[in-house]
Design a protein around this ligand. Structure first.
Ligand SMILES: NC(=O)c1ccc[n+]([C@@H]2O[C@H](COP(=O)([O-])OP(=O)(O)OC[C@H]3O[C@@H](n4cnc5c(N)ncnc54)[C@H](O)[C@@H]3O)[C@@H](O)[C@H]2O)c1
Length: 375
């Protein structure tokens, strides 16, 4: 099978999704032809020569890679100029976040291609193995970025997260105690903040309590419990997720009035539409804006700030799926790999993921794909 990977055309994104295995070799060692868009790995300190040394071929331009590939690997969702190149016989494997992207969904449906979203590949325990590595990175960045934005020169309150002897530490609220939330909380604990993690799953709160060992508190997440804590918060990190669906709003515009002046909101869930009512997507080059004197940080691609860490973290997780798709073909891989099957969002012109269909109020179509939703 021929597959290719390319850097994306968005301004800040500089990772490549180079398929290298644990020996550092790419899929070409398994007899597949690997096309890499020229310069795709530069941001992650992987030169074109590193790919060619492992047997990959460098493609001069986007037209060449999209024209030749059967399996297209990316990091972020395809841009409009890429969607029009997608063909029915191709498989696209990348982050898609379609619940908040009706136009992209329409474009993918029109292509007829099989589009598998990293973020909805789900294992037998309901975990998201291809979202987890980016969530680990984003969770850790969320606290670092939030702490930075609390500094006065960055427009913040002028509060040191860890405090000093005689001066209290900052209060950090993490809403959503999944992979992002745990990692955000661990960094906040490391910075010696006062940390509260809001969750809905009692089982998850039991796990978190064990991990925290008394260094952070878990709180059942409700409108009331969040409202009670907001007046104390210096930094609030939003990290909720309902698989495949648009993020619920856990803080409304009205509730911003409960917060301290120049407190910071970091909305990690922005790629699923944002979990604060006042969130809108931002970029690393212009990451924040103010609403009602509260700083909002809503960067959609937080791991793009650390491309070397992020590239290896992502490809460590995606490579087994990539090799299975390449070796068995898309139908063969989907027939036997239940987690991968749950990753299919759009195929044959139809939406085949229930949560995506529900979020977009579209018809769900499963015929012909034999998608058993639960492994
Ligand atoms: N911006 C970025 O760069 C970036 C990077 C990685 C992940 N993300 C996003 O971060 C979000 C979280 O990802 P994750 O991997 O931690 O997901 P996860 O599934 O591991 O965790 C989500 C948690 O939210 C909890 N939850 C759901 N509704 C809640 C509510 N109302 N109140 C409190 N908790 C609630 C769930 O019980 C779950 O534990 C996702 O939207 C993901 O796409 C963004």
């Amino acid at each position: 099978m021929t597959f290719h990977n390319e850097g994306r055309v968005r301004r800040v994104e500089i990772r490549s999704d180079a398929p290298k295995d644990s020996d550092g070799r790419c899929g070409s060692h398994r007899g597949h032809e690997v096309l890499v868009q020229a310069g795709a790995g530069i941001g992650s300190a992987i030169e074109d020569e590193h790919y060619t040394a492992q047997g990959a071929r460098i493609a001069r331009d986007v037209a060449e890679v999209w024209g030749a590939a059967e399996l297209v690997l990316k990091v972020k969702e395809p841009q409009p100029a890429e969607v029009v190149r997608l063909r029915a016989e191709q498989t696209l494997f990348t982050y898609l976040h379609l619940a908040a992207a009706p136009e992209l969904t329409a474009g993918l449906r029109a292509s007829g291609a099989t589009c598998i979203a990293y973020e909805t590949v789900e294992d037998a325990r309901g975990r998201l193995p291809l979202l987890a590595p980016m969530s680990e990175v984003a969770g850790k960045i969320a606290t670092q970025a939030g702490a930075f934005m609390l500094e006065k020169p960055l427009g913040g309150r002028g509060v040191l997260v860890g405090g000093v002897p005689g001066v209290a530490a900052a209060t950090v609220l993490v809403i959503g105690g999944g992979v992002v939330g745990l990692n955000a909380a661990l960094i906040a604990i490391g910075m010696q903040a006062e940390v509260f993690v809001f969750e809905r799953s009692i089982d998850r709160m039991r796990e978190l309590d064990l991990v925290f060992g008394g260094r952070a508190s878990t709180v059942y997440s409700s409108t009331l419990s969040i409202e009670q804590m907001l007046p104390q918060a210096d930094l609030v990190i939003g990290a909720v997720l309902i698989h495949g669906a648009r993020a619920p709003h856990v803080i409304t515009r009205e509730q911003l009035g409960l917060m301290k002046s120049r407190a910071v909101l970091v909305d990690v869930s922005i790629d699923q539409g944002g979990c604060f009512e006042t969130s809108r997507p931002t970029t690393h080059s212009d990451p924040t804006y103010q609403v009602d004197d509260v700083t909002h940080y809503c960067v959609t691609n937080m791991p793009g700030a650390v491309p070397i860490t992020a590239t290896y973290a992502l490809t460590n997780a995606t490579l087994p799926y990539v090799l299975e798709l390449a070796e068995r073909g898309v139908q063969g891989a989907l027939a036997t790999n239940a987690p991968l099957r749950l990753g299919v969002n759009v195929a044959g012109g139809e939406i085949v993921h229930p949560a995506v269909a529900e979020a977009l109020s579209a018809d769900l179509h499963t015929a012909g794909h034999d998608l058993e939703r639960k492994p």
